[in-house]
Design a protein. Structure first.
Length: 517
């Protein structure tokens, strides 16, 4: 049943009602992958949120203050998330893989008052936070232990935040520039939970498997929030493990899951198991490019359908998603989700016709159905949000049946001799070769043609193909001006924590002396 019956709901009001109406129902099953299983009911989760709010209050945290959360997947992440929400405070979750310099930028930009981390990450946080206030999770006798402080904390009721109060600042991956802090409100969180829950027909009996990092919007938006608004459960893995994903899904009776393309490929690279399909999964969400063969292999092997979606931290809910029932076209990003208002606009700002490529614009209400804005950056906010439309920066086309096809990032176009070339189109052609695991295409400076096309290719297993063979393969599938002038074989591609390829790093490492394109 939907949680949102009025416009006055917040994360904590929904959690409190769940704790009252279904106190013993499991909210969290945490698998540390070392044999430890930690379970928390809605009643326990609400109680710990109250204690965490008390702990934060004792550290001087109040409404609007920002709390830095630097944790691997763990139960304490939820304590801090919900405890801060109860106070009207704001979490700023960060990637545990960030360097001290990268972390220092986020902590400074967000002006956080407290950092919460764990022992193995403490040195980096201490350096980045410049001796700021820090609490440490885990078994520890040291002063400043989160767990010891929580045990001594008093429950506080909190300040009853408003739906449009900011609950989190989620920093974008920053693959091409400094990260931006996306302002996410209580209403935002509940909105995305409702959209995903209704699309997937989530019920209290469902269990959403979370293998992606909790600091990322995917795990928070699509998985945690769809569970919270329906009173269902989340199963959280300490980290993604391709060799154990199927076992965890089976053992904990997961019914839903969410993945990216890279983890899907990693799962398919594992040895086949006789019981891979022995699970209760009824749908797995995914995003980013996989091939038709990979789609078919996954669905056959694990016995459940994949549904490709499209979404950004800024869009909050996924604007498009493949249908749960009926025809799915998973080489597309699906059709508009419930209530989505979408436009595909040309360079002149006018709508393009079906089949033509343009930038996707998502309509909505900032702070409710779209992000509230970017922290401390009014100029970027105004550029992204104009007249109730979010500019995604992504090029799309719509087919005659209303399915949206992702073409490329507007900033990921290669300009070659006056022609705009889609990097994604090149990558799809390369990835179709049976010897290729994945690829990335970038533009590199070329004195004659503006940019030459450089491709980086990861081979599949022990398979081999030469540069000339792959170039000829592309030439039969792409116009001459789209064929890569240079192909470099690499062991792997640089990625963000959620699997997005960091093309800026590839541009910085481009091989000198090549570029015969």
């Amino acid at each position: 049943m939907s949680a949102l019956t009025t416009g006055a709901e917040t994360i904590v009001s929904v959690l409190a009602r769940r704790a009252s109406e279904q106190p013993l129902s499991e909210f969290l099953i945490f698998d540390d992958l070392e044999g430890g299983i930690h379970r928390r009911s809605y009643e326990v989760m609400a109680a710990r949120a109250g204690l965490t709010a008390g702990l934060l209050d004792s550290r001087g945290i109040g409404p609007g203050d920002r709390v830095h959360v630097h944790l691997w997947n763990c139960p304490e992440f939820f304590d801090v998330w919900f405890g801060a929400a109860l106070l009207g405070a704001v979490i700023v979750p960060t990637n545990p893989l960030l360097t001290a310099d990268e972390l220092a930028y986020v902590v400074g930009h967000a002006d956080t008052k407290l950092s919460i981390t764990q022992p193995d990450l403490l040195a980096t946080v201490s350096s980045a936070a410049d001796d700021g206030s820090i609490l440490v999770t885990g078994e520890s006798d040291r002063a400043g232990s989160f767990d010891d402080a929580l045990a001594a904390a008093s429950v506080v009721e909190g300040t009853r935040p408003a739906p449009t109060d900011v609950a989190a600042v989620l920093y974008t991956s920053g693959t091409t520039s400094r990260p931006k802090g996306v302002l996410v409100t209580h209403a935002n969180y509940l909105h995305v939970g409702e959209v995903v829950a209704q699309h997937l027909r989530v019920s209290p009996d469902d269990r959403m498997l979370i293998t992606l990092p909790l600091f990322h919007a995917n795990a928070q938006y699509y998985s945690t929030m769809s569970a919270l608004v329906t009173g269902s459960s989340v199963i959280v893995m300490a980290r993604f493990s391709a060799s154990r994903w199927a076992r965890v899904a089976r053992d904990h009776r997961a019914t839903l899951a969410s993945l990216f393309a890279a983890p899907i490929r990693m799962l398919l690279a594992q040895p086949y198991g006789d019981d891979d399909a022995h699970n209760e999964l009824r749908a797995v969400l995914f995003s980013q490019n996989v091939t038709e063969d990979q789609l078919a292999d996954f669905e056959s092997r694990f016995g459940c359908p994949l549904l490709q979606l499209y979404g950004m931290t800024e869009t909050i809910a996924p604007p498009t998603l493949n249908p749960l029932y009926g025809e799915r076209r998973n080489m597309t990003i699906g059709r508009p989700t419930l209530g989505a208002r979408l436009r595909v606009a040309g360079e002149d700002g006018g709508d393009v016709s079906d089949g033509e490529v343009g930038e996707l614009l998502v309509g909505g209400d900032p702070g409710t159905t779209l992000m509230a804005g970017y922290l401390g950056d009014d100029d970027a906010t105004h550029k992204a949000l104009a007249d109730g439309w979010l500019r995604t920066g992504d090029n799309m086309r719509v087919d005659e049946d209303g399915f949206f096809h992702f073409v490329d990032r507007t900033k990921d176009m290669i300009k070659r001799a006056g022609e705009n070339v889609s990097a994604g189109e090149i990558e799809r052609a390369i990835n179709a070769h049976p010897a290729v695991f994945e690829s990335a295409a970038i533009g590199v400076p070329d004195s004659m043609r503006d940019e030459a096309i450089q491709a980086y290719v990861v081979l599949a297993g022990e398979m081999r193909v030469t540069e000339d063979e792959l170039t000829k393969w592309c030439a039969t599938r792409l116009a001459p001006f789209k064929v890569p002038g240079s192909i470099e074989f690499v062991d792997g591609l640089p990625r963000t924590s959620v699997g997005k390829i960091q093309k800026e790093e590839l541009r910085q490492r481009r091989a000198p002396g090549r570029g015969k394109g």
